[in-house]
Design a protein around this ligand. Structure first.
Ligand SMILES: NC(=O)c1ccc[n+]([C@@H]2O[C@H](COP(=O)([O-])OP(=O)(O)OC[C@H]3O[C@@H](n4cnc5c(N)ncnc54)[C@H](OP(=O)(O)O)[C@@H]3O)[C@@H](O)[C@H]2O)c1
Length: 275
């Protein structure tokens, strides 16, 4: 089960963290990879790891918040690899964007546009372009969007980011309906706290790590391989009748209230919301 032999997959945000783990997991199952992000050196390291597993890897430097680059990635992938079987829209985030997290009433139009460009517009149009190739190939295909628990339930101080991820959840469901007739499946994975550079500042000491682990019934924070395993399933032929779902990978908590309570302490939310 879960063979990716003969498959070609695009993974965005593949240079580190969750995207790197997904790329390596796909390669171990037999896939060839097109790796996208902005930092070429990180992508080249991942490409070298994939080649050492005996698979092909191409690096396509891409800023997914730029619509032209997001769409060009798909065209370039098709040109390089000859076909596209899987697109994983993993690149995303809010905290690295100025004004991307914070009180909703202080949101600026610039921050709104930047957060939605990276988390909604880029992934959506990359998905449309990939679907065109998948339709023309006549082979079907899979699109997987990495969203967030913050897009499933509102999180304090994360409204722009969370609502953008919620939009991507909705687009996932709509694309699944409209592309199903071409045997193109579209799903999402919603992680909670995963140990990557994105959240490294919250996991610096053993005490912090223990505290954050206590949010989750399974007693630990997540790691990138937890998300990669979900991606391997959802993008495999074995998930051939699964489309339009958002799989929460969140340590056993449907809505981890303790996590949301803690977010109030670390995000610059209004004083009345602070613990
Ligand atoms: N870690 C968590 O706790 C967590 C929880 C829920 C959801 N998520 C989601 O999971 C996804 C991956 O996060 P992560 O934790 O793995 O983050 P990460 O460790 O910071 O890695 C992010 C990857 O995305 C790339 N990236 C960032 N901005 C980009 C852009 N504009 N265009 C293209 N690539 C870009 C980065 O490379 P460059 O900077 O070189 O471009 C890097 O390769 C994101 O969508 C995030 O929202 C993460």
């Amino acid at each position: 089960m879960f063979s990716y032999a003969g498959k070609t997959a695009i993974v965005t945000g593949a240079g580190r963290g969750i995207g790197r783990a997904i790329s390596l997991a796909f390669a171990r199952q037999g896939a060839d990879l097109i790796l996208a992000a902005r930092s070429v050196s990180e992508l080249q390291q991942v490409a070298a790891e994939i080649r050492s597993l005996g698979r092909k890897a191409w690096v396509v430097p891409t800023d997914m918040s730029r619509l032209d680059q997001a769409q060009n990635l798909v065209h370039e992938a098709a040109r390089l690899a000859g076909k596209i079987d899987v697109l994983v829209n993993n690149a995303g985030g809010g905290s690295s964007i100025p004004g991307g997290v914070g009180p909703l009433e202080e949101a600026t139009p610039e921050a709104f546009d930047a957060v939605y460009a990276l988390n909604v517009k880029g992934p959506f149009f990359a998905a449309l372009r990939a679907a065109e190739y998948m339709k023309a190939q006549g082979t079907g295909g899979v699109i997987l969007n990495i969203v967030s628990i913050d897009g499933v339930a509102p999180a304090p101080g994360e409204a722009l980011y969370g609502s953008a991820k919620a939009a991507l959840v909705s687009l996932t469901e709509n694309l699944a309906i409209e592309l199903g007739r071409y045997r193109i499946r579209v799903n999402a994975v919603a992680p909670s706290l995963i140990d990557t550079r994105l959240v490294a500042r919250h996991l610096q000491t053993p005490e912090q790590r223990q505290h954050r682990a206590s949010f989750f019934p399974l007693g630990r924070v997540g790691n990138p391989e937890d998300i990669a395993a979900a991606a391997v399933y959802l993008c495999s032929d074995e998930a051939g009748w699964v489309s339009g779902v958002t799989l929460l990978v969140a340590g056993g908590a449907k809505v981890p209230y303790e996590y949301f309570k803690w977010l109030r302490t670390v995000n610059p939310v209004p004083a009345e919301f602070r613990m």
